[in-house]
Each structure stands twice: as structure tokens, then as C-alpha cells.
Design a protein around this ligand. Structure first.
Ligand code: SAM
Ligand code: SF4
Length: 266
């Protein structure tokens, strides 16, 4: 499908939950993030229906994200339900990898093709500080499990702040190189001020070539990360919400005052 600016939209990112088992300082408040009510969160059947409609409209690439997708109960079943929709070329996930050691094999068997893992540092103490409690060894174990499960390529998302620690970046780069992982550097973004940049080594942040729509875990189709426009599939119906998101996709991102990374999915 083409939008008003002739961009071909073929990529849908689905936030399967707004919950997370970490609290990265650039993404989530430490205490009591305002979370969705369980009854407002889409069922697997609803998500599968959205994927079917999106594919009929021309989407062939799906990424599952969150919050942390692996904390959604029965996530493997959701992966197999989405993988079963005919016409998809690519099914991937972005995860913090805390639970990947446990799930990698089952995810691959369910039809997940590849995976992006968030990793900003390979210093265990720093990792704990950035994520407010994360265990770096679990990420390493998750990467190993993903490799053994045949998820390829494995990409690393490394968020870089305004005053980046060059040693940190070099160490992550070396780790990725030694382990055959692709690395993408993401400039830390701020939804409220509209601060974002093109992802180095990736495709995000480049409005001219943006090919994405997003689905929040409570069923809003969002045409742009940096906009508060959203179209509710439960109010409008899936087809209408997708079409309205397409028709209203802004030329460029500006700001989003109503959302946070953990509920849109980054
Ligand atoms: N929990 C999963 C994870 O961390 O990979 C998936 C959801 S997370 C919101 C998706 C991506 O957004 C992660 O790679 C994360 O580093 C990135 N992200 C979160 N907050 C960000 C921010 N303020 N600026 C840039 N990237 C951000
Ligand atoms: Fe959780 Fe991912 Fe946000 Fe970190 S970046 S708090 S892991 S959703």
C-alpha cells in the first residue's frame, strides 16, 4: 500500500504488551508506570486478525515488540498464530533477552525468523544501572540460545545517549563483531520534544523512507512514532483503522505527548 507521500508501507510493528521485566531509564519510569488494564489488551485472535488484514493490504513484514514481548503469557502461541497467516515474508521480534534463553528454540519452531536484542553495554554493572536491575549474563545466554535455535540474523540495538561513552560503544561493537552479530546504533530519542535521528546500521528514523505502521497492545494503529494520531481497531474496525492510519500518515514525525516507548514499542 502507498501513502499520500508515495511511500510503500509494508511493515507493521506490534506491541504485544506494555509490561516489562526491566526499567531502562530512557524508556520506563522506575516506579508505577501507568499500565493498561488487562481487559484493554488485545487478544491473540485480535492480533492475528489485524495481521491478516494488514497482509491483505500489502504488509509482508511483522515485528513483535513491547514492553517486553517475552513477558506476554503464551507468546510462543502468538508467534505461531501470526506465522500461520499466509503472505508474510518476515516475522521478527525485539527483546531485552532476559527470557530468551528459555524461549529461543520454541520461538524458532513456532515460526520466528530473526531477532533484535537490546544491548547498550557489556559492562555488567553499567547494564544493571541502565536497565535498573538487569542481569547481563542472561543477555549473553539469550544470544547463545538464539544462535543455537537458528534465528538469523541476530541484530543488536544499542541506544546511545547524548554524551556517549566511547569505550562502551567500542566494546559492544567488538563483542558483536566477535560473535557474528549485526549492530545498529540508535540515538536516544525523546518523544515529548521530538528528538530523533536516523538509526545508524538500521532503517528507522528516516521519515522520507518510512515504511511502517504500528499497533499498540490496546489496539490503536499508529501511523508514526512521533505523532499522537491513532486509530482504534475496536471502535473503527480493523480495515478502517488501518486505512485511516495509512491516509493520515504524516510526512514527518513531530512529537508524541501521549505515549511512551514502552507502550508503543520503539
Ligand atoms: N523490551 C524490548 C527491548 O528492549 O528490546 C522491546 C521494546 S523496546 C521499547 C524497543 C527498542 O526501543 C529497544 O531496542 C530500546 O532500546 C529502544 N528504546 C527504548 N526507549 C528508547 C529511547 N528513548 N530512544 C531510543 N530507543 C529507545
Ligand atoms: Fe523494557 Fe525494552 Fe523499555 Fe528497556 S527498552 S524498559 S527492556 S521495554
Amino acid at each position: 500500500m502507498l501513502d499520500r507521500f508515495n511511500r510503500k508501507i509494508n511493515y507493521l510493528r506490534i506491541s504485544v504488551t506494555d509490561r516489562c521485566n526491566l526499567r531502562c531509564h530512557y524508556c520506563m519510569p522506575e516506579n508505577d508506570p501507568s499500565l493498561l488494564r488487562h481487559e484493554d489488551i488485545l487478544t491473540f485472535e485480535e492480533m492475528q486478525q489485524v495481521v491478516a488484514v494488514a497482509v491483505a493490504l500489502g504488509v509482508d513484514k511483522i515485528r513483535l515488540t513491547g514492553g517486553e514481548p517475552l513477558v506476554r503469557r503464551d507468546i510462543v502461541e502468538l508467534v505461531s498464530m501470526i506465522a500461520a497467516v499466509p503472505g508474510l515474508n518476515d516475522l521478527s521480534m525485539t527483546t531485552n533477552a532476559m527470557l530468551l534463553g528459555r524461549f529461543a528454540k520454541a520461538l524458532a519452531n513456532a515460526g520466528l525468523k530473526r531477532i533484535n536484542i537490546s544491548l547498550d553495554t557489556i559492562d555488567p554493572l553499567k547494564f544493571k544501572r541502565i536497565t535498573r536491575g538487569g542481569d547481563l549474563q542472561k543477555v549473553f545466554d539469550g544470544i547463545q540460545a538464539a544462535r543455537e535455535a537458528g534465528l538469523r540474523p541476530i541484530k543488536v540495538n544499542c541506544v546511545v545517549g547524548n554524551q556517549p561513552d566511547v569505550t562502551d560503544i567500542k566494546n559492544v561493537e567488538r563483542y558483536c563483531h566477535e560473535n557474528g552479530l549485526h549492530i545498529r546504533f540508535i540515538q536516544q530519542m525523546d518523544l515529548q520534544t521530538g528528538h530523533f535521528d536516523i538509526v545508524k546500521g538500521g532503517t528507522g528514523g528516516d521519515c522520507k523512507h518510512c515504511n511502517r505502521l504500528r499497533l499498540t497492545s490496546d489496539g490503536k494503529v499508529k501511523p508514526c512514532l512521533f505523532s499522537d494520531l491513532s486509530f482504534d481497531i475496536r471502535l473503527l474496525g480493523i480495515q478502517k483503522a488501518m486505512e485511516m492510519a495509512l491516509d493520515n500518515k504524516p510526512e514527518k514525525g513531530t512529537v508524541s505527548l501521549n505515549n511512551c516507548f514502552h507502550n508503543i514499542g520503539g
